[in-house]
Design a binder for this molecule. Structure first.
Ligand SMILES: [Zn+2]
Length: 63
């Protein structure tokens, strides 16, 4: 297909960018970093909750 230049889209805002880039700007990079940290914190919290439930089940008197 003629006229189509290989390109990617910024994974944060969707702007067309060069194929070797992931973000269109440092702002979008920072935004992604923020999101990733938030997601990591969420994963840690979920893990702690799960572990807490497991711990409670293990030490619950069942007999
Ligand atoms: Zn962007």
């Amino acid at each position: 297909m003629p006229g189509i230049i290989p390109h990617r889209h910024c994974i944060v805002c969707g702007k067309a960018i060069e194929p070797d880039k992931t973000f269109c700007s440092d702002d979008c990079r920072a935004e992604m970093e923020k999101e990733r940290k938030k997601q990591r914190n969420f994963t840690i919290i979920m893990f702690l909750i799960l572990f807490g439930i497991l711990f409670m089940l293990m030490f619950m008197p069942t007999h």
